[in-house]
Design a protein around this ligand. Sequence first.
Ligand SMILES: *Cc1c(COP(=O)(O)O)cnc(C)c1O
Length: 362
Amino acid sequence: MKIDFANLQYQHELYKNEIEEAILKVARNCNFIMGNEVEKLEISLQEFTGAKYAISCSSGTDALLLAMMALDIKPGDEVITTPFTFIATTETIAFLGATPVFVDIDEKTYNINPDLIEEKITSKTKAIIPVSLYGQPADMDKINEIAKKYNLKVIVDGAQSFGSTYNGTMDSSLADISTTSFFPAKPLGCYGDGGAIFTNDEILSNKMKSLRLHGQLKRYHHKYIGIGGRLDTIQAAVLNVKLKYYAKDLALRQEVAFKYTKALANKSNLVLSYIDEKATSAWAQYSLRVKNRDELQEKLKKAGIPTAVHYPMPLHLQECFTYLGYKKGDFPVSEIVSNEILSLPMNPYVTDEEIEYIVENI
Ligand SMILES: *Cc1c(COP(=O)(O)O)cnc(C)c1O
């Protein structure tokens, strides 16, 4: 059996006629920048998420950058976040000249541990960026409570969690600003780079819309120092097709995760993913922990089962952050989990036979 990890090929086959037609339509109209499709997508994203404002942009990384620029994060500021995430969450903090301040993760959800946040807050702290890792929102009740107490802003890095919920609220409305990514392998992916920002705050929304267009309010009049951070019209056209089917895709992902968990439940050498009772996950990844991770990964590879490690090295140990002065042992939970974590093939189309074969090989 040959198994595909994200199965983008199969998804394209499913929606092929509509997607290819949508791409061709943009090509024929030649309205490549901020065309109708972009506005249509933003309205659909607002409808889907219930967020008051959805702002499309060039990537999940630029979404984080724009969110922090809108909150005036600048040199000398500190931003609290997790070391167990993709580099984009923290490189954007550093890119703006601010200092990423790491807090270790919760042992069960692998998201930032809110009980360890307060001790890291200083007079320079401006914001907290929880990441909804693998698709599950962090403990937002506690995080928002801390933010309120210390007058901090919260940005949810929802690059992996579009459509997930916490206390019944979609993850795009759990903080001052939420971001997501439409990178092809994310739960809702486009055909290149793309992202979006969500907020219920009109002032922040207007500022981010402007920042994404070189800080202009009207053409060639620039209020802010901004970036070229627009979403391509072609990507918006692809997303307008895929968003229609996303609720179904999400339900299928949840089903696949449920089947994995059921089939793996009696394997005592594995620690399976844990979803808090307040949360639902978008299941960007189905990840489990196992002591002999590298051996298992090699064995599965030989059996035609692709796996991935998200992420093999926590960010406080990355070369680019040497200047922050962290060392091995500073965030023990992140370090253990990065040695043991393994992501299994996850997409809406994993079949029962595939699950059976994967579980057998584990
Ligand atoms: C993918 C990802 C990003 C970056 O998104 P891009 O669209 O690739 O720029 C940011 N944060 C997390 C947690 C991610 O997984």
